[in-house]
Ligand binder design. Structure first.
Ligand SMILES: [Zn+2]
Length: 139
C-alpha cells in the first residue's frame, strides 16, 4: 500500500516536473492547434504587409539614390583670360545667371562675349558656363 502510494506520488511528481515539455505539445494538440494556425495566418498577412513596406522603402531608397546620381554637377570654377592683357584669373561662375560683362582685374577692360556665346566664360573662360555644361537653355 505504502509502496503503491509512493509510486503514484512519484509518478505525479514526474508528470509535473516534465509538464514543461509535454504541456505545450498537449495544448497544441487540443484545440490550441487551430488557434495557433489562425495566429500564424494572421502573421502571414502582416509579413506580407511588412514585405510590401520593405519593398516600398527599398524602391524609395533606390529612387533617391538614382535622383541623387542623376543630378549633373557643373564645374563652377573657370579661369578667365583677358584677351587684352593676357591676365588670367580663376573666377566662380554664377549658377542662376550668365555673366555678360566681365571687367579684367588687371587692365580694367570690360569683356563681352564673342560670337554667339552667352557669357564671358564661354568666350574667355577655360570652362563653359553652368547652363551650357548641363545642356540647359541659356538666358
Ligand atoms: Zn585684361
Amino acid at each position: 500500500m505504502n509502496h503503491k502510494k509512493s509510486l503514484i506520488g512519484s509518478s505525479i511528481a514526474f508528470m509535473i516536473a516534465t509538464s514543461c515539455c509535454w504541456l505545450p505539445a498537449l495544448i497544441v494538440a487540443i484545440g490550441g492547434g487551430s488557434a495557433l494556425l489562425g495566429f500564424s495566418q494572421g502573421l502571414e498577412k502582416f509579413s506580407g504587409l511588412f514585405i510590401l513596406m520593405g519593398l516600398m522603402f527599398l524602391g524609395y531608397g533606390l529612387y533617391q539614390y538614382k535622383k541623387k546620381n542623376a543630378v549633373p554637377v557643373a564645374i563652377l570654377q573657370s579661369r578667365i583670360t583677358c584677351p587684352e592683357c593676357g591676365h588670367a584669373k580663376l573666377e566662380t561662375m554664377p549658377t542662376d545667371a550668365c555673366q555678360y560683362f566681365y571687367e579684367c582685374t588687371n587692365c580694367k577692360v570690360v569683356l563681352k562675349p564673342t560670337g554667339n556665346d552667352c557669357c564671358v566664360y564661354c568666350s574667355y573662360g577655360t570652362v563653359a558656363c553652368p547652363p551650357i555644361q548641363l545642356d540647359q537653355a541659356c538666358c
